[in-house]
Design a protein around this ligand. Structure first.
Ligand SMILES: Nc1ncnc2c1ncn2[C@@H]1O[C@H](COP(=O)(O)OP(=O)(O)O)[C@@H](O)[C@H]1O
Ligand SMILES: [Mg+2]
Length: 297
């Protein structure tokens, strides 16, 4: 019997990256279903204990978890997390694991975890107390910083601010919408950062992302990728960061400043199309191979 696996995401139709992973798995002879989280159903109690997709019982050995939703309410988040946890507890192998994906969706949790494991991260401050933020930044003399959403990606919503009073006004608006601002010292990087793509114990591809237009060097913000082979300290940093968050594969963003490196974030469901174009490396195939090797272990 063939292996039954899923690619799980939070959109009714698979995004291109999910589609590419599905194709890679199919090419390897695997039976793959795309599973949108909003179509799952959970039955529990009085003898019931199962998960359905539409009307059918969902029979799975494992899944590649590509997302849990980016614009969701706390209730949706709780429901989806509970269902995915139920799957994992039934022995269905998820990659990345639910816990590790949740940790990377939360930029604050990611930074704290990295910091605690000795990985360099830029000075970061979070509070729902605006006065505290304002006074601390003034005291520390930090007047070039980035305000980021706790849960964000592709550079969307991050703002560079060079005046604490602007922060005060922006922060006030965010907080009145119940959005705690995450503030980070602006790292005076060259006009580039580094994106390392780690699978298992290996950096399988990496690129410099250059931007003349924006301080944000996401490909989605118009940056241009140029392949780079990571060695030594940088390679180790990317792999260690991935392991620290118990991820099987990840996109690691690293910036340089005065011969020092800082990890900005780790993405547990990273995009790879840009990196594929730049390096010619078949990343979805590598993700599929790694997933199957873990699943069959
Ligand atoms: N503290 C910082 N100093 C300098 N540049 C930053 C900083 N934080 C983010 N950036 C720039 O913004 C981009 C997006 O930030 P990042 O934290 O990776 O969030 P996202 O999830 O939106 O990619 C980074 O690739 C980098 O170019
Ligand atoms: Mg990033």
């Amino acid at each position: 019997m063939s292996t039954k696996v899923a690619v799980i995401n939070a959109t009714p139709i698979p995004p291109r990256s999910s589609r590419m992973i599905i194709d890679a798995l199919r090419n390897m002879g695997v039976e793959v279903k795309y599973v949108p989280l909003q179509y799952l159903g959970l039955l529990v109690g009085e003898g019931e204990s199962r998960i359905c997709l539409g009307k059918d019982f969902l029979e799975l050995e494992g899944g590649i978890l590509r997302g849990i939703g980016s614009i969701v309410t706390v209730e949706q988040f709780f429901a989806r997390v509970a269902i995915l946890k139920f799957l994992e507890e039934r022995g269905i192998y998820l990659m990345n694991s639910l816990q590790s994906l949740i940790s990377t969706r939360n930029k604050l949790e990611t930074l704290i975890t990295l910091y605690r494991k000795g990985i360099p991260v830029p000075f970061t401050i979070v509070s729902e107390n605006l006065r505290f933020l304002y006074d601390t930044l003034k005291e520390k003399g930090i007047n070039d910083f980035v305000l980021k959403p706790i849960m964000g990606s592709r550079g969307y919503g991050s703002i560079r601010i060079q005046d604490v009073d602007i922060l005060f006004q922006v922060g006030k608006t965010l907080l009145s919408n119940n959005l705690p601002p995450l503030i980070q010292r602006y790292v005076d990087k060259p006009k580039r950062d580094i994106r390392a793509f780690v699978i298992g114990d290996e950096v399988v591809a990496a690129m410099y992302r250059y931007s003349e237009k924006s301080w944000k060097t996401n490909i989605a913000q118009g940056a241009i990728g140029i392949e780079v082979k990571l060695k030594g300290e940088l390679e180790e940093l990317a792999i260690k960061s991935t392991k620290t968050l118990s991820l099987e594969y990840a996109g690691v963003d690293i910036v340089e400043e005065n011969d020092r490196y800082y990890v900005l974030e780790i993405n547990g469901s990273p995009d790879f199309e840009g990196l594929m174009k730049v390096t010619g490396i078949d990343i979805p195939e590598k993700i599929a191979v790694h997933f199957l090797s873990k699943l069959r272990r």
